[in-house]
Design a binder for this molecule. Structure first.
Ligand code: PLP
Length: 727
């Protein structure tokens, strides 16, 4: 390509991100596909071939504007259509059952058909010829519109069919950690699940001539509750198409499906209105009623008629179908995604189920593909690791610990510092090129990038920044380590408060920028359109990683791991996987602050009063008053009121920013002090890289393979990989 006058890097840069997910959940699935392939596990990923992925974010006058992300236009070169593996999916209509030859026959009439066309992407592993497939289902109408059907009334139906089919794969719902009870979303879920289960069953029948051994050959791992309908859909196929009895079908299903829970946020738990399922999926509804009825009888017996427990665990209740309870009922394994989160599932969210069947519950702490998130994006750090004896780390991430031997080696530490400085300059020139903004590379890069959500507490970060600003302005003795605060976050388009927080960040950024007192001391930049390709550029340049969610709310986090692997030091709460980072790092190598998950619950029970913190902390009060006052005509009263007062039944300061503010401020002060001693800082950074091997996706996938899937993985003990990489 160079001979033709192209640079490979420029061509890679042209490829659009496949924006097929919202945030951490989708990125995790992508890392796991890479890792399963490298570990030679025969696995297929399934999703929808969304025409429009997660929206593109523009910032106009400090506020988020959403643009359509038509990623397929230039990006479908990697997708191979498999027209002969098309499946057809039925929606609506009427269902009746009758006896025939000693078995129940199901008649489904008047339904609408949507065709599911597979578009396959081949996934390559590292150092292996093994490949896996990511199969994306595209939706098409079965009939081209046939004008001749018009007079018989079929024309309208054909048009209707076409319209419904075309809209199913049109757009990804942009909410992260939030459930949208929309009919189109349910259509997407059933479309995706039905196509997938039919496709797996078709291939299985072809190979074995029966589905009786299905559960011996497959595990279906469902990624959060979004694909829960695989449970009744697989039942439907086994009952209606294979003619198996209920007990046999149920045995197969409950030995096939496993469930990963990814959140404990109440607003994210899927509860579908019964009436929506009844009309859209009449046969699935009948099967759900049978599953729920049997389960309820089982619960009644197990809980000796304790109605509050029966109600809490019911699948269908109060006109709603609760997907998490269905998963608990039908899945042979349930896992959380960090040690803390799995504990919360066992002790709180699913405590009744855990007491009945403790062996059903597992933990698999999340991990990231370290080949992408370290080697690929940070070639200089890759080189240092190799020079320090970690040459085999691509297939043996635990070898990152070889760096530990150099924790007091000034040469290695200063080289690590130089690498970070070079990565910062690199990122700064990218930002300058793209936006014209000049980042202060002499300041500490203090970064919070993730979806915008109140529980992730970007607002706590802003409170601290305004505090620093006020100190700079009012306290002549204030001595701070220069900081460049970088934010990146998309807000769900309908999440008003999240959008206000983005606006606030941009207003604060502007105020700081236009104040000469902040020059070379304080800078705030909101990076537009945070996405995987931007994360890949940013992680190597980051120095302080903000992981500041209210303890107990972030199931794991994976952004935290990307930062750690690239030598950024965490300022964070004891939440999600931060807990496991802390266990390996100790107090000296992470800046911990805030209430623990237990203390959050305790404080709530005692009656949390944020106003007390406001009253007793003058600096905090000044910060909140300043934000309430607003910035050049834009009011943020709504945000500060949410911190201080309960409005329409909600609790004030639901995520306890005020309770954690002082401890957060002090942790920042400690980080600032350590940063002034480059050798001390670089040592902490080095130990973060050295101890990050446990957060490689390969470790997570080996946990799934051993504890849940019971499949062998590639034996890496004898594999050596050449340590030759072009620098
Ligand atoms: C890793 C990643 C996330 C997840 O970040 P968290 O901090 O764990 O929420 C979200 N978005 C993108 C683009 C990512 O790469």
């Amino acid at each position: 390509m160079e001979e033709l006058g192209f640079s490979a890097a420029d061509i890679f840069e042209l490829e659009p991100d496949a924006g097929l997910g919202n945030g951490g959940l989708g990125r995790l699935a992508a890392c796991y596909l890479d890792s399963m392939t490298t570990l030679e596990i025969p696995a297929t990923g399934y999703s929808i071939c969304y025409e429009l992925g997660i929206f593109k974010q523009k910032i106009v006058d400090g506020q988020q504007v959403e643009l359509a992300d038509n990623w397929l236009e230039p990006g479908d070169s990697w997708l191979i259509p498999k027209l002969d593996e098309t499946e057809s999916i039925r929606f609506g209509g009427k269902v009746s059952t009758r006896w025939e030859n000693g078995r129940v026959m199901v008649d489904h009439t008047d339904y609408t058909t949507v065709m599911a066309i597979p578009k396959d992407m081949v996934i390559a592993g590292y150092g292996t010829n093994h490949t896996n497939i990511l199969r994306l289902w595209d939706a098409k109408s079965p009939d081209p519109v046939d004008i001749s059907l018009y007079s018989s009334g079929e024309y309208l139906k054909a048009v209707e069919q076409q319209a419904m089919a075309e809209v199913i794969a049109k757009v990804l719902y942009p909410d992260d950690n939030h459930y949208e009870g929309k009919s189109l979303r349910l259509k997407q879920q059933y479309f995706f699940v039905s196509a997938t289960v039919q496709s797996i069953c078709r291939a299985h029948r072809l190979q074995y001539g029966t589905l009786r051994n299905f559960h011996h050959k497959h595990v279906i791992q469902i990624n959060d509750t979004h694909p829960t309908l695989v449970i009744p859909e697989l039942m439907r196929i086994l009952l209606d198409e294979e003619g198996y009895g209920w007990e046999e079908a149920w045995h197969i299903v409950t030995h096939t499906v496993a469930y990963t829970n990814h959140t404990v946020m109440a607003e994210a738990l899927e509860k579908w209105p019964q009436q929506l399922i009844e009309t859209l999926l009449p046969r699935i509804w009948q099967i759900l009623v049978e599953i729920a009825g049997r389960y309820q009888r089982e619960l009644n017996a197990a809980f000796h008629g304790d109605q509050s427990k029966v109600e809490r665990n019911a699948i269908i209740w109060g006109g709603q179908v609760r997907m998490a309870n269905l998963c608990i009922c039908a899945c042979f394994a349930v896992n959380g995604v960090s040690a803390l989160h799995s504990d919360i599932l066992r002790k709180d969210v699913f405590r009744d189920a855990y007491q009945r069947r403790p062996a059903q519950f597992f933990n698999v702490t999340n991990g990231i593909d370290h080949r992408r998130w370290l080697s690929e994006i940070n070639p200089q750090l890759d080189g240092l690791i190799r020079d320090c004896g970690g040459g085999d780390y691509l297939l043996h991430p635990e070898s990152l610990s070889k760096l530990e031997d150099f924790q007091n080696d000034s040469g290695v530490l200063s080289r690590l510092g130089e690498i970070k400085a070079a990565n910062k300059r690199n990122f700064a020139s990218y930002v300058a090129r793209e936006t014209g903004v000049i980042l202060n590379t002499d300041a500490m890069f203090d970064v919070q990038v993730k979806r915008l959500h109140e529980y992730k507490r970007q607002l706590l970060n802003v409170l601290h920044i305004v505090y620093l600003y006020q100190q700079i302005k009012s306290n002549p003795h204030f001595d701070m380590t220069p900081r460049t605060f970088l934010f990146g976050a998309k807000a769900a388009p309908g999440y008003y408060v999240a959008k206000e927080i983005i606006h606030l960040i941009n207003c604060v950024a502007k105020m700081v920028e236009s104040d000469p007192a902040c020059k070379d001391l304080l800078q705030v930049v909101f990076l537009e359109n945070y996405r995987v390709s931007l994360a890949e550029k940013l992680m190597p340049a980051s120095e302080l990683s903000e992981q500041i969610s209210t303890a107990g709310k972030e199931a794991s986090g994976t952004g935290n791991m990307k930062f750690m692997m690239n030598g950024a030091v965490t300022i964070g709460t004891l939440d999600g996987a931060n807990v496991e980072m802390y266990q390996r790092l100790g107090d000296e190598n992470i800046f911990l602050f805030g209430l623990t998950a237990d203390e959050v619950v305790e404080t709530r029970q005692k009656g949390y009063s944020p106003y007390e913190y406001y009253n007793h902390n003058a600096a905090l009060r000044a910060v909140i008053d300043r934000i309430a006052q607003g910035f050049n005509g834009c009011s943020f009263n709504n945000l500060t009121n949410r911190l201080l007062f309960s409005n329409n039944g909600g609790q004030p300061d639901e995520y306890m920013l005020l309770a954690d503010f002082e401890s957060y401020r002090a942790a920042h002060e400690r980080a600032g002090h350590v940063y002034r001693d480059p050798k001390a800082w670089n040592k902490i950074a080095l130990l973060n890289v050295a101890r990050s091997g446990i957060f490689a996706a390969d470790r997570s996938i080996q946990d799934y393979a051993r504890d849940i899937w019971d499949v062998p993985v590639r034996d890496l003990s004898k594999v050596t990989v050449r340590g030759t990489k072009k620098k």
